[in-house]
Ligand binder design. Sequence first.
Ligand SMILES: [Zn+2]
Ligand SMILES: [Zn+2]
Length: 351
Amino acid sequence: MNTTEVKAYGSESPEADLKPLKIDRREITPTDVEIDILYCGVCHSDLHFAKNDWGMTQYPVVPGHEIVGKVTKIGQNVDNYKIGDLVAVGCLVDSCRTCNNCKNDLEQYCPEWVGTYGGFDKHLQTNTHGGYSETIVVDKDFVLKVPENLDLAGIAPVLCAGITTWSPLRHWNVGKDSKVAVVGLGGLGHMAIKLAHALGAHVTLFSRSTNKIEDAKSLGADQVVISTDDAQMQSVAGAFDVIIDTVPYVHDLNPYIGTLNTNGTLVVVGYLGPLDPMLVTVPMIMGRKSVAGSLIGGIAETQELLDFCGKHNITSDVEVINIQEINTAYERMLKSDVKYRFVIDMKSIKN
Ligand SMILES: [Zn+2]
Ligand SMILES: [Zn+2]
């Protein structure tokens, strides 16, 4: 298969900084869309993958799965996009399309889903490479439409941070009378607040410090509960239908279980690994409470979210950087020093 060499940024070993690389993009197949990348969000997964924190990285790795761009070429069987359309690509670029998950618009749970980076490109028989690059070629069924009224840099994080919180809000039927709490105010948490608020829910942020109260309220939170303050935690005992827990490291879930209503669910979206301390089951049994997990969202659900963002004028709060600043951005992310997501202006890769 013919390929085109394009500029990218990536890393060649766990210890190495990201640097300019050249990668091959496939020639479009009849069902492919070629996209000139305008913006790419910077997700915590990018950093973990570049550093091989999950032990599955094959090098070189080109991260980036919050991609917004413009269609520059379409295959002959592409009828849903035309050249010049504003489009987006999230965390998935393919799946088996025949399993029950695929048939039910849950491609993210397909055993054969192909990640936007670090997946397996069946056409080129190589690793897939993500959005820290000039262009990407993606099957039309995994390309999303971007509403024309939104800030393009701000829409990029919707593709991962946004959908990761939207999918559980929708699955657990959050709406007008819902009481939702969010744990953690980072890239995921700030989107969870905005989206739950726009769905009409009463929204609470759990925070360990008082210095996030104003920010949380300006994002749409109705109240902030300081999770280290026993009296404040007691005041919300049994209060919440759904808690979206976005904290990316191991932490104690037990204090939050007590704040769930009967039949309430705490959904873990930010942390992969064993719980420590372990869950105490008594408060779960006394109230039929659940602890659940959730992974990004399917393609149809991601499109639903983009359309919802267009209608309600929602974007992520971002700090736009040039690709040459990516290593510093990673260092700052590790210190939670960003409000609330870095987004790369991909014009800078041409420099
Ligand atoms: Zn991500
Ligand atoms: Zn499948």
